[in-house]
Design a protein around this ligand. Sequence first.
Ligand code: NOJ
Length: 519
Amino acid sequence: MKNNNRPTWLSDAIFYEIYPQSFCDSNSDGIGDINGIITKLDYIKELGCNAIWLNPCYVSPFGDAGYDISDYYTVAPRYGSNEDIKQLFSEVHKREMHILLDLVPGHTSVEHPWFKESLKAERNKFSDRYIWTDSIWEEPDNMGTIRGISDRDGSCVVNFFSHQPALNYGFYDPDPKKKWQMSTESEAALSTLEEIKNIMRFWLRMGCDGFRVDMAGVLVKNDKDKKGTIALWQKIRKFLDEEFPDSAIISEWGEPDKSLQSGFHMDFLLHFGSSHYNDLFRCEEPFFSPEGKGDISEFVKKYMINYEKSKHNGLICIPSGNHDMDRLARSIHGDNLKIAFAFLLSVPGAPFIYYGDEIGMRYIENLQSVEGGYNRTGSRSPMQWDKSLNAGFSLASPEKLYIKQDESEDRPDVQSQIADKNSLYNEVRKLISIRRSHPALHNYSEIEFVYAKKNAYPLAYIRNSSNEKILIIINPAKKEVSFSCKYTPKEKVYSFGSDLKYADGKIIVSPCSAGFYIT
Ligand code: NOJ
């Protein structure tokens, strides 16, 4: 499937991910809310981002921080109301920005009324909304289940945590001996699909611009090659093209060759899966550390395979981080964070900046788990705006905060970084503005790697649009390096660290530096 009819706003969209719990608390209860987000839209715009991804904000018992939904159609009271979010959409649009909500189509909370109905022994409309075996003693291979809490005889398949029962979209290859394995064309599977479309319709009509889709690749079960899941998403994309052609969808999938074929406009590279994304920032010897012991070659190899397969089909997005991964600043520090952003903001795909990464917010070590966060809790602490109480996040007493804040005296904050012209914030802002003003750096413009050797530095690539070609040279290592290149850097567009030198037909690159040159 070709994704040619894409929303035009995606070509230079730069996203900012907001974790609503932790962004800005407007009513002093210790937890972020929608009205708080509205007060910070100018900040996001000023940074240069023109799109937002908002993590789940629906009614939920919050056993997985809101990824366990019990009412898809209502904003959780702790964040505000449906009227508030409608206002948020309109404030976003007033600023010529776009906003994606989080769609969680794979599972609900055990508190969802559908699940409560499906627990009952007597058959009803929701008996097959989830995947139940025919007997409590039967558990499907390689799938977790909920067992022993229902009058109904059976085990219910879960999708993630054991309180997140999997919605039924059918099996790609149902075993005929197991009646409970329904086909993707069964009435039950189709009615789940219709319900998800209704949910999307509801929020799109209210004014959101699309969705980040949770665990998009695992909806159809027994689907080794993902053919069933791909077909399912193609149906959804068709419905979006017909009814909401300007809306966008991005998948949490991590296999762009499959997800973009499914009709997603974009897919994330993630901390799991086979993309080698972790080689960049999150492994023992990350490429972006000054030690210079990293290896980017496997990442580039894999990236190019995906890129070639999906080049005309959509975007491969390399996020700075997200609410599930360690903060970028846990392993990359100081100037190397600037160099990391020079990379993140010069590759194709839509950039995604996780809130606070633009000021180098730290991973908070040894926190007790909050709402199913476990080790992820340290990446979800409240935003640090200034030097006032709770770093300006909330006026509640500190012990009431959703998650403990960074307690170190030198914790970064927005206000100080805006005032410091050498701050990470100001570098990120500069990089965003350069990206937006050069078509070669836009999301769909092409990339060609010119130097990405095993265990070697620098990394160099060309970005290309119909009217310009930009050579990017990235050297996170604290040593001078050199490489041969068929392109000659002419006019400088951006540099950090010092400029290039030449010797013996080679380009010599300074330690810890990054540069963009028109060639
Ligand atoms: C991925 C989400 O990003 C994560 O936070 C959540 O726990 C799981 N999916 C389950 O929904």
